[in-house]
Design a protein around this ligand. Structure first.
Ligand SMILES: NC(=O)c1ccc[n+]([C@@H]2O[C@H](COP(=O)([O-])OP(=O)(O)OC[C@H]3O[C@@H](n4cnc5c(N)ncnc54)[C@H](OP(=O)(O)O)[C@@H]3O)[C@@H](O)[C@H]2O)c1
Length: 313
């Protein structure tokens, strides 16, 4: 008998790569649709993961892809728009098409990754479009679970990792939204929750904010990354207008550092108001227990995730 199939949209990404390996370890056959095979080179060596290069699936092809799958995970997301309207196209339109195809293909389970503080009235396009996506999931008629992670860290992240790169070049760090508070969560803990929810009936129809054990201001996080990278930096918090100018300039530079929409998201603290959901039996790892393993002086490069990192540069 062949292994049950699970389709993971966004399975080649930062979170998706951890999830698909976890699902493959549990014995599932995992299908990862991707716009470009090259984006998921790091998954090609794994025998129970099947990569499908499918840049433009029409609705009938989507339905065929989902036929016979026991579950669909939707992890596709973008933090930076290349063209106006990208957030809505990805977080709402594409998700809506996947939900409709999953219904037609009678997929038994839908697990969706949104974002902490997704809000239809939120300050940014990112948070508003994520909320619209959540509303579609809740109204889909499928057996759904929604996850709302705070910012995720781990080898290959574009949060601490970006600051670490930036700090190599500067002693003075002008920082927008320096006092905004975050509660970062380890990416592998989120992947564990996603995998454990699959067959746990208690998670049906539930929305789970996921945060790490400790709250930090952005200033504290950047100071910590500087310490790990071997030096002190002078961090200057920018007010709203200077922050907006910085974001507008960074938006034009390569490297996806910061956009005006990101800054608007950071008008609100990115922290959980409740304890970590006990249903997953996960004790979330602290930043201090993980970050030194990939940012500190003795950092070890994981060759598997290093391949993924390379293609992101
Ligand atoms: N990273 C965080 O700190 C964080 C925090 C909160 C919530 N989230 C959410 O968690 C999910 C996973 O995040 P992540 O950091 O793992 O993201 P990621 O590494 O950027 O991966 C996202 C995936 O989405 C796919 N994708 C991107 N744009 C697309 C498009 N226009 N059409 C189709 N597919 C597209 C990519 O697949 P291909 O390139 O293979 O096609 C990629 O593998 C996202 O929904 C994100 O919004 C992330």
């Amino acid at each position: 008998m062949s292994a049950p199939r699970i389709v993971v949209f966004g399975g080649g990404g930062f979170l998706g790569s951890r999830l698909v390996t976890a699902l493959a370890d549990l014995g599932y056959r995992v299908i990862v649709p991707t716009r470009r095979r090259d984006h998921v080179r790091h998954l090609l060596v794994l025998p129970s993961i099947e990569v499908l290069e499918t840049p433009d699936l029409d609705d009938a092809q989507l339905e065929r892809l989902l036929e016979g799958a026991i579950a669909v995970y939707f992890l596709v997301g973008i933090l930076h728009e290349r063209r106006p309207g990208d957030s809505e196209r990805v977080h709402v339109t594409l998700l809506g098409r996947v939900l409709a195809a999953a219904r037609r293909a009678q997929v038994g389970r839908l697990l969706h990754v949104s974002a902490l503080r997704a809000d239809a009235e939120g300050p940014s396009e990112y948070l508003r479009s994520k909320a619209q996506g959540e509303a579609l999931v809740r109204g889909s008629g499928l057996a759904w679970t929604i996850f709302q992670p705070s910012v995720m860290f781990g080898p290959g992240d574009r949060f601490l990792g970006l600051f670490a790169k930036l700090l190599k070049w500067t002693l003075v760090v002008p920082l927008a939204a320096a006092e905004t508070r975050f509660q970062p969560i380890y990416v592998a803990d989120v992947a564990t929750c996603l995998a454990r929810a699959l067959h746990d009936g208690r998670t049906l129809g539930q929305t789970y904010p996921l945060c790490g054990p400790k709250i930090y201001s952005l200033r504290e996080i950047v100071r910590y990354v500087a310490e790990l990278s071997g030096g002190r930096r002078w961090i200057i918090g920018l007010g709203a207008s200077l922050g907006a100018i910085q974001a507008a300039i960074f938006e034009l530079l390569p490297g996806s550092l910061l956009t005006r929409d990101n800054l608007r998201s950071m008008q609100r603290d990115n922290v959980c108001e409740c304890a970590f959901p006990a249903v997953f039996a996960v004790e979330p790892a602290s930043l201090e227990s993980i970050a030194p393993t990939y940012l500190g002086p003795g950092a070890v490069t994981d060759p598997y995730f290093a391949t993924r990192e390379k293609r992101l540069r």
